[in-house]
Ligand binder design. Sequence first.
Ligand code: NAD
Ligand code: UDP
Length: 323
Amino acid sequence: MKRVLVTGGAGFVGSHLCERLLAENHEVVALDNFFTGDKRNVIHLLKNPYFELIRHDITHPYFIEVDEIYNLACPASPVHYQYNPIKTIKTSVMGAINMLGLAKRIKAKVLQASTSEVYGDPEVHPQVEGYWGNVNPIGIRSCYDEGKRCAETLFMDYHRQNKVRIKIIRIFNTYGPRMHPSDGRVVSNFIIQALQGRDITIYGTGNQTRSFQYIDDLVEGMIRMMRTDDSVIGPVNVGNPDEFTIKELAEQIVKLTNSASKIIYLPPSSDDPTQRKPDISKAKEVLSGWEPNVKLEQGLIKTIAYFDDLLKTTSLSEWKYRS
Ligand code: NAD
Ligand code: UDP
């Protein structure tokens, strides 16, 4: 049994990771400031004596003795991370410094949840880890993209300078139950719009592509990455290489929800990447043959069931994120 710290533990990905770590009999401490996370995501874990949920903002130092740290705290959807962009970049940069400082002091392994956004609007397709990216440093997505890039730099420098045991994964678009219903991400938006019979809002032409990974495949990849020996530091892409246009996604969600919603086209969002698809050769090699198992249709069916239940049991106004 290990003691594991998960920052952002009450969020979408964090709550699934905590669940999985507890199922493997580890002791889990989740830190969260509840900006986009919610106690309801982990309420079912609170009765487990090996789970602790602590309100803490990782821009401030935190002291604890643990064996492993998963650093997930950071708003992840464009709507959320652009709400307070200065806070977003502080969370990535100061949060990384605080977690790396902690890992250094207690000699813990620390894994950074980085992102495919470090590739920006990529000119290399599919994206390989060796590609340095095409990121606008002064745009409205920069607080997130550059914050995550700087966090990767900090991880590498703490590793080179202080021998901190680090792991970096670059996560590609991930979806599933417990995505925040008002986070504006494409999968949750389209599903809620379809279930409510409202127009499905495509930004731009709908020809831009994304590759969607189901949450269980990501969690498996994260756990395997943490288990690798100290020579494996990454970065490693963790995503599903099945690529779809946003228009195809909209059509599939309309079909699966049997919805009467119509698809409408709105102006494109600024700096929106035109294509995204991971090359996962490295992940397959270093994560003992890991690859995504869940096809888009299967994952969407589970996610639709989650949102259908959520819309029947709560009001969306209860899920407004907090400032
Ligand atoms: P999320 O918004 O659901 O979770 C982020 C969690 O971090 C929330 O619980 C939030 O309250 C918490 N948080 C934010 N700022 C904090 C702070 N300063 N101190 C403490 N807690 C704070 O998003 P998610 O999709 O679960 O993403 C989790 C991580 O994975 C993020 O770091 C994100 O960048 C990364 N990631 C996610 C995706 C994806 O598609 N879901 C893709 C790439 C990277
Ligand atoms: N998108 C869209 N309609 C929506 C929400 C998003 O067309 O209601 C598009 C968005 O412009 C982008 C893609 O879907 O091209 C993925 O957006 P998301 O915010 O989910 O993730 P990211 O841009 O960070 O990959």
